[in-house]
Design a protein around this ligand. Structure first.
Ligand code: AMP
Ligand code: GLY
Length: 445
């Protein structure tokens, strides 16, 4: 038997837990900050345990890992990695398939990534400047014609970046927001980045790496905006899709190749800085008229993107993570099913501004034949499931085409009842057509 430790308990971790247990003889242990009834059930069924505590407390997690004879650990979310949980586990000789605090800096300090790309001349970053004080911010914004993105450098749960033309009306609002980030220490005390605004189609590309070998996954497109037609405030991600060919239908193979090159060069640059990066590297990219740019990097699986990629991963995830931890990824052959996937999140009414108070959800499991379900932010009391503050339930479907997968979710959605809503348009023919047209216009410019 091998004992596997997963840290955290959102829908992303539910998907990881399920994929890990496809390998026989694995016992699943989960250190969580709240109850996820589905992950708990998987742990107990496999002979493992589910423990609730502070998931950023590396010392407590390492203590538990030693006590439970953990063979391989996977601390999953950004805040956990930024808190140095991997460092504590490794200090206690527990093998990890995730980055140390120093390596995870590519996510928790946006200026670190930009400086690294600039120092090693890695093509694919916008014009940028980092500020600790407000002097010269206005000049720099003006020098970019007021077309900018303002980014708190530290972690903000994906909700801190504001872009002119979306969350910011004009250059004046951008200047004010940059000052607010500094004054209110949004994202901590790491300062603010001002970047040239880029235009194009965004996509996520994740890769497995043991710092020597980097193996890409299928491209995914997430939908961050809350409402249909890509309107409204940003969310953690309302849903996502991937195409059977690895490359999204409105993008090109060369976009995939350029994005992979950037990820590989970042890993190489880290090595030159004596930083070994092991785990998942996630690039948020944008395909523009001048090629692919890297908007951000994350040090973990994306949520919802993880559900798309694990649905088509044929090689057992446990084996891949084991080869990352032991730095033998080059010997691993990773294979994928050639299918399209769609994920849609059901979120509580009021999300993302202020979710309603916990309300009951019912699920007709008999009707959920064509889709897979993952529990996100839900609570269970006396056998009844309730909504909580964030994205509640993710539905995943796999099919020959994105539209067919999306339709399977539509056919199943009524099996979940409660005060929930979702974006019907993700994966629809109309939305995909809009993406095609957008990319056509961008490339013509
Ligand atoms: P991030 O948290 O860095 O992923 O940024 C959140 C969102 O802000 C991205 O998904 C983009 O939509 C947008 N964004 C970030 N940087 C830029 C940029 N330089 N130009 C245009 N949009 C951006
Ligand atoms: N889906 C975006 C993220 O996980 O950061």
């Amino acid at each position: 038997m091998r004992n596997f430790l997963l840290v955290a308990n959102a829908a992303r971790e539910h998907a990881i837990a399920k994929a890990i247990l496809k390998t026989k003889n694995v016992r699943l242990f989960c250190f969580a900050n709240a109850l996820n009834p589905a992950i708990k059930e998987l742990c107990l069924k496999s002979g493992g345990e589910y423990k609730i505590g502070n998931i950023e407390d590396g010392v407590a997690i390492a203590e538990w890992a030693v006590e439970k004879n953990i063979d391989l650990a996977f601390p999953s979310p950004d805040a956990v990695l930024a808190a140095g949980v991997v460092d504590e586990l490794e200090k206690n000789k527990i093998l990890c398939a995730a980055p140390t605090k120093k390596a995870a800096k590519i996510e928790w300090d946006k200026n670190f990534l930009r400086s690294l790309m600039s120092k090693y001349s890695i093509k694919g970053y916008p014009k940028f400047k980092h500020f600790f004080s407000e002097e010269q911010i206005d000049d720099f914004i003006d020098s970019l014609g007021g077309s900018v993105a303002i980014k708190p450098c530290g972690l903000t749960g994906g909700k801190g970046v504001k872009v002119v033309g979306f969350q910011l009306k004009d250059a004046a609002e951008a200047k004010n927001y940059a000052r607010e980030v500094l004054k209110d220490k949004i994202g901590g005390e790491l300062g603010v980045l001002v970047e040239e605004k880029l235009e194009g189609e965004e996509f996520s590309l994740m890769a497995f790496t043991d710092s020597n070998t980097v193996i890409g996954m299928p491209m995914v497109q997430d939908h961050k905006r809350a409402y249909e037609g890509d309107l409204g405030p940003n969310t953690g991600g309302m849903g996502s899709y991937s195409h059977s060919s690895f490359v999204l239908p409105f993008l090109k193979k060369s976009d995939y190749i350029q994005a992979m090159e950037i990820l590989k060069k970042i890993i190489e640059a880290l090595k030159k800085e004596s930083i070994e990066y092991k785990g998942i590297i996630y690039g948020g990219f944008i395909a523009t008229k001048n090629g692919v740019y890297c908007i951000e990097t994350n040090s973990r699986f994306g949520d919802p993107e993880v559900m798309n990629v694990l649905a088509v991963l044929k090689t057992p995830l446990f084996e891949i993570l084991d080869s990352i931890a032991t730095k033998t990824l080059s010997r691993k052959k990773i294979s994928w099913e050639k299918k399209a996937t769609v994920v849609k999140y059901l979120v509580p009414k009021g999300y993302p501004q202020k979710a309603i108070d916990p309300s009951p959800i019912t699920i007709d499991w008999n009707k959920l034949k064509e889709v897979e379900l993952f529990f996100g932010s839900v609570e269970e009391k006396n056998g009844v499931l309730y909504t909580s503050k964030s994205r509640a339930i993710a539905l995943l479907a796999k099919a020959e085409t994105i539209e067919q997968a999306s339709q399977k979710i539509e056919n199943s959605i009524s099996s979940i009842q409660g005060p929930l809503w979702y974006r019907k348009d993700i994966g629809s023919k109309e939305l995909l057509e809009k993406r095609f047209q957008h990319m056509k216009e961008i490339r013509k410019k």
